[in-house]
Design a binder for this molecule. Structure first.
Ligand code: DQA
Length: 143
């Protein structure tokens, strides 16, 4: 069985560290990847980012055969995409949802998440530390 955890990131997260740093901080996705590897406890981290909903759904389908768990920050698709929820529902392992910012402190359209209907746990507002916290939790869930 695979020991890989997919850490999937949606639109605009390629700009993490440069985009609105007052909200999202200064760490990049490359920093996130390194930090998650440090706490992976023998699991393999496969971190990806796309601006395409179709590509994100394709990766979730791929995870059915290749990943033990999924950590996902779907970006704005969180609030809009029933298709991503459906794809996650077709994945059998644990799913953890991460948001860098505290979405509940922001505009009301960010308060609803389709993905939260599927996720075992949700972290929001811990900055990029949310990813490593989710990774620590994932280690507990899959071991
Ligand atoms: C986000 C929050 C979303 O509302 C937003 O669209 C993002 C990033 C976060 O990590 O805080 O792109 O998912």
């Amino acid at each position: 069985m695979s020991k890989t955890i997919y850490i999937l990131n949606g639109p605009n997260l390629n700009l993490l560290g440069r985009r609105q740093p007052e909200i999202y901080g200064r760490d990049t996705l490359a920093d996130v990847e390194r930090q998650c590897r440090e706490v992976a406890a023998g699991l393999t981290v496969d971190l990806r980012q796309t601006n395409s909903e179709a590509e994100l759904i394709g990766w979730i389908h791929e995870a059915r055969d290749k990943a033990k768990g999924i950590i996902i920050n779907p970006g704005a698709f969180t609030h809009t995409s029933i298709a991503i929820l459906d794809a996650l529902n077709a994945f059998e392992g644990p799913v953890l949802e991460v948001h860098v910012s505290n979405v509940h402190k922001r505009e009301s359209f960010r308060h609803h998440s389709y993905v939260s209907l599927r996720a075992e746990g949700v972290i929001a507002g811990f900055g990029v530390d949310g990813y490593t916290l989710a990774m620590r939790r994932m280690v507990m869930l899959v071991k």
